[in-house]
Write a protein that binds this ligand. Structure first.
Ligand code: SF4
Length: 249
């Protein structure tokens, strides 16, 4: 069912006849930007090593709304040259507005004045590097958490500025393992600093593992937010993932 598939791709190799196929339905950024981006505080961008041109295009398209954002998450799986690639993205985000095209710059300035936003180029300082260790695999088993932690360690060992958040393979074993390794930054120790000097993991994103936890609720309705009793039961389950991160030290 198209309305339930989230595109993990795991079913594709299962059919011995190769009868399962995947199709992408990309939505142009322009189609959602006007409606959504002026109202959001945070944005998550998914990318892969080597996609410099696509990232730069997207970054330019986002310029009119960048000043509204409080934080940006860049999600990327491992690959050859990952750290250099992420540093290149940092440079693209840091680039002054003068490096943009004339039309784009004019529209960005007009919108910025209209929205009374802060300068766009400060946002590069508020970046979460989301290390997508083993994408969409957290519900497979305990072992996937190790791939997620290994990739986070790789980024933490670099001199990239920003927070590091685990993803891709995260599950109920992730937080205990991070505490065991002494890799988890407590909220108090973050103290608003984005300089990565703590060299600790600052957050955990749950995807497929959370979806599995919540599937009994999402199976019942596509509009959970319109069914408060069901919604709050689902929120309570979701909070079980957050609570271990917020335990006192
Ligand atoms: S296994 Fe993944 S890609 Fe295949 S139908 Fe299920 S969610 Fe979609």
């Amino acid at each position: 069912r198209r309305d339930r598939c989230y595109g993990c791709g795991r079913c594709l190799p299962v059919c011995p006849w190769g009868l399962i196929a995947a199709h992408s339905y990309p939505t142009p950024i322009d189609a959602v930007a006007q409606q959504v981006l002026s109202q959001v505080d945070a944005l998550e961008i998914h990318t892969h090593v080597g996609e410099h041109a696509a990232f730069k295009d997207l970054w330019q398209t986002l310029q009119p709304w960048i000043g509204n954002l409080q934080i940006i998450s860049i999600s990327c799986p491992d690959g050859d040259g990952l750290i250099n690639y992420l540093k290149d993205l940092q440079q693209i985000m840091k680039a002054p507005e003068s490096s943009l095209g004339e039309d784009l710059r004019d529209s960005a300035i007009a919108l910025k004045i209209a929205l009374k936003t802060k300068p766009h180029n400060a946002i590069w300082q508020n970046v979460i590097w989301q290390t997508d260790g083993r994408p969409m695999s957290g519900d497979i088993g305990k072992g996937t958490t190790h791939a997620a932690i290994r990739l986070a360690e790789k980024v933490l060992q670099s001199d990239l500025l920003g927070y590091v958040q685990l993803a891709g393979g995260t599950n109920q074993y992730t937080v205990p393992k991070l505490y065991e390794l002494g890799l988890l930054a407590h909220a108090k120790s973050l103290n608003g600093s984005m300089n990565g000097a703590t060299r600790l993991v600052s957050g955990v994103a749950y995807g497929s593992f959370a979806r599995r936890l919540l599937v009994s609720f999402t199976d019942q309705t596509l509009y959970l937010e319109e069914t408060p009793a069901l919604l709050w039961k689902a929120v309570a389950i979701a909070e079980s993932l957050i609570a271990p991160l917020k335990r006192p030290i």
